[in-house]
Design a protein around this ligand. Structure first.
Ligand code: URA
Length: 258
């Protein structure tokens, strides 16, 4: 038996918190009875659970790691007929959603899941899950440029949080440098915009790590299932990385609401 809000979140309805609101507002029925209290336990295999009159999907939760190639959209569908990440998941019948996004031109580690709560936990800004990229830039930026990026840099949507930035591969003959950059936020096109701001536009971008999870040797365009241990470690990392100030803010706003 599991708590109703957890079952709804796992069925991909919304985050656990949002599911609590959905329950409280009387939109959920269990075996024909509207349930408004939180904490009611249900058996997702035996009980008939409806949200807004529609049965929830009783799917197995899936957690996948895809090595996204460049030139692929991080979305389930594309109206312009371009390749999308689901084209790279043969045999997966469940609807899985990307955990965050990678740009069309970015390759590398992308997690996909049908567990809405897990996706929310991984991507919520409050959890600061570190993401590590290899950014190939033209020329060789000076160490002071990397320091600037590491300290925080002004972008049009505000200062970036401190990051970890270092040389990964310097090859003067090739006239390009691979920089390793770990950021603790997930703003749109953040890494590309950071390097543009210091006048070293990114030529190639690859995500190699998300929290404790490494891309490893997974071939480009291939996917694998995460192990239960990897899923657990990701969850743990997100909860441990949570900033105490943000957590306090959130709990205060919850108290105010209640
Ligand atoms: N930063 C970017 O600029 N692009 C991505 O795809 C991910 C992070």
């Amino acid at each position: 038996m599991e708590r109703l809000q957890k079952v709804l979140a796992q069925a991909g309805i919304a985050s656990r918190r949002k599911c609590e609101e959905i329950i409280s507002s009387g939109r959920v029925q269990v075996n024909g009875t509207v349930v408004k209290e939180l904490g009611v336990k249900v058996d997702p295999k035996a009980d008939v659970i409806l949200v807004d009159g529609k049965p929830i999907k009783n799917e197995q939760t899936l957690y996948l790691l895809l090595h996204k190639p460049k030139g692929v959209i991080t979305s389930a569908k594309d109206t312009k007929g371009r390749k999308v990440v689901s084209d790279y998941l043969p045999g997966i019948k469940e609807r899985v959603y990307p955990v965050g996004r990678l740009d069309y031109d970015t390759e590398g580690l992308l997690i996909l899941t049908n567990d809405g709560e897990f996706a929310y936990l991984m991507t919520h800004p409050r959890h600061h899950v570190p993401r590590t990229y290899r950014a190939t830039v033209e020329g060789t930026p000076h160490g002071s440029v990397l320091e600037k990026l590491a300290k925080g840099i002004k972008l049009e949507d505000g200062m970036t949080a401190p990051a970890i930035v270092d040389y990964h591969d310097v090859n003067p003959e090739k006239k390009e440098t691979v920089i390793s950059i770990t950021i603790f936020e997930g703003r749109n096109r953040q890494v590309r915009r950071m390097f543009e701001a210091v006048h070293y536009p990114v030529i190639r971008l690859k995500r190699v790590q998300f929290g404790p999870l490494h891309l490893g040797t997974l071939a480009r365009g291939k996917f694998r299932h995460l192990t239960p241990q990897e899923v657990e470690e990701l969850r743990k990392a997100a909860l441990e990385a949570e900033s105490p100030a943000a957590a306090a803010d959130e709990s205060q706003s919850v108290q105010k609401k209640n």
